[in-house]
Each structure stands twice: as C-alpha cells, then as structure tokens.
Design a protein around this ligand. Structure first.
Ligand SMILES: CC(=O)[C@@H](O)[C@H](O)COP(=O)(O)O
Ligand SMILES: NCC(=O)COP(=O)(O)O
Length: 243
C-alpha cells in the first residue's frame, strides 16, 4: 500500500494571483479526497504567498482524511499548529527568496530547535515528520530529535537533467528509505514528483506516502482535479506493483 498526499498549495497560488476567492484550495482538497487522495498536504509559508491561515483553519474542520501541515521551524508556526491541531506536521526549511523548497531541513544544524519543536508537537498529539535530504546523518539526527516520520526530498531526482544523475539520485533515495525504515521510521517522499517520474519512487517498498502537488495541480488544469488525482494514484499503484 502506498498513500497519496495531494498538496493543494498551487490552487491557492492561482487564487492569490488576483486576490479572488476562487479557485478554492478547500474545494480542491475535498474533491481530491473524493477522487482517492489519502491525505491533504498544505504549506503555510511565513510569507503567505499561497495558503492562508484561514485555509488551514477551515480545511481542518472539513477534511475527511487527514491534514499534513507543512511549516517552518518558527514559534509562530508552532503556535498555529497547536491551535489548529493537524494530524501531521512536516517541518520544512523556508527562505523567503526561494521559488520553492530547495532542499531538506538541516536537522544537524538546527538540532536543538528541531528536538524542542518535535516534543511540543508530539506532546499535543501531532505526528511529526521532518523533510530531509536522503542523507544518513540527517536521518540519524531526525531520530535523535524524536521524529517518527521523515519525508525524503526528491527534488534532485526530479530535476536531474541526465539519466545517470537521475538513476544515482533514485539509488540515494532508495538506500535512505531502507536505512530509515530499519531505524523504525515511517518513510515518505516528495517534491517535484510528476506523472513521468513517480513510478520508480513508488516502487520503493519502504516508502509509505508520496506528497505531490505542483505537477498534479498543473495536470488538473487540463483533465480536471478528480482525473488528475485518480491518474496519479493509479501510476503509484502500478509503480508499487512493478508494472
Ligand atoms: C516541502 C516541499 O517540497 C513542498 O511540499 C513545499 O510545499 C514546496 O513549497 P511550495 O508549495 O511553496 O512550492
Ligand atoms: N512535500 C512535497 C509536497 O508536498 C509537494 O511538492 P510538489 O509536488 O509541489 O513539488
């Protein structure tokens, strides 16, 4: 079994482009759930470039599956998470100048803050995931910080320009997934995954969940949101079955 987390950030990107009330990321989330999404992921960024605080509050009341709230390692975001109470929080790095997430959270560098934040959230009944690069030292640091879940950053795999680079990145992800699984982690993955590159990642048996947004929302512009979700889920299942 492999779960699909649909990230609806970029439905909100389209809304923010004009400051209208549409398209609604909340409507997109509910449609995605009805089409087979196993969870909804959303990233409340410090600069609120797409998802807004109200989106998170309202969505938490309406989702039928579960909410995976991505957030930076800040007091503001911790307080917001404690107030909303998502099932999952994923700690991600954030730079205001970045176009999108550029890498995994450096758990080693920010260990004390990660450990303290993880404890506060876990004590509130929230499952904590940490978005990290496929790196053994980062995996071990995430373990020592008390997280039970990691999400492996697949951006370098997705952005690889040559087959050799892509294959090398896939091996890194696979080896990291095996190692993290041996340490007892729930292992997820995401960033930059698309209809063209998802199957080899879905084929890694240690991976429990893929969080996919930009490519899925983009495809939905042409086929509709339900079909985009169904197609992605079908590819993931095919990948897991080695088809
Ligand atoms: C952590 C990650 O890779 C994404 O889930 C994140 O949401 C990317 O940020 P944008 O959605 O703002 O591109
Ligand atoms: N954590 C990855 C995610 O939620 C979606 O990333 P992307 O598919 O929008 O690149």
């Amino acid at each position: 079994m492999i779960f699909l987390g649909v990230n609806i950030d970029h439905v909100a990107t389209l809304r923010q482009a004009r400051g209208t009330r549409y398209p609604s990321p909340i409507e997109a989330a509910l449609v995605a759930e009805s089409a087979g999404a196993d969870l909804i992921t959303l990233h409340l960024r410090e600069d609120r470039r797409h998802i807004q605080d109200e989106d998170v509050r309202v969505m938490k009341k309406l989702l039928k599956t579960r909410m995976n709230l991505e957030m930076a390692l800040t007091q503001e975001m911790v307080e917001n998470a404690l107030a909303v109470g998502p099932e999952d929080v994923c700690l991600v790095p954030e730079k205001r100048e970045e176009l999108t997430t550029e890498g995994g959270l450096d758990v080693i560098r920010y260990f004390d803050a990660v450990k303290d934040t993880t404890k506060v959230l876990r004590d509130a009944g929230i499952r904590v995931s940490i978005f990290i690069d496929a790196d053994k030292q980062q995996i071990e640091a995430a373990r020592d910080a008390g997280a039970g879940v990691i999400e492996l950053h697949t951006g370098r795999y997705a952005d690889a320009q040559h087959a050799a680079e892509r294959d090398a990145e896939l091996i890194r992800i696979r080896d990291a997934a095996v190692y993290a699984s041996q340490l007892g982690f729930v292992v997820n993955a995401g960033h930059g995954l698309s209809y063209h590159n998802v199957k080899p990642v879905a084929a890694i048996p240690e991976i429990a969940e893929l969080n996919i947004g930009h490519a899925l929302v983009s495809h939905a512009l042409f086929v509709g949101f339900p079909a985009a979700v169904r197609e992605m889920k079908a590819l993931m299942i095919e990948g897991r079955q080695g088809l």
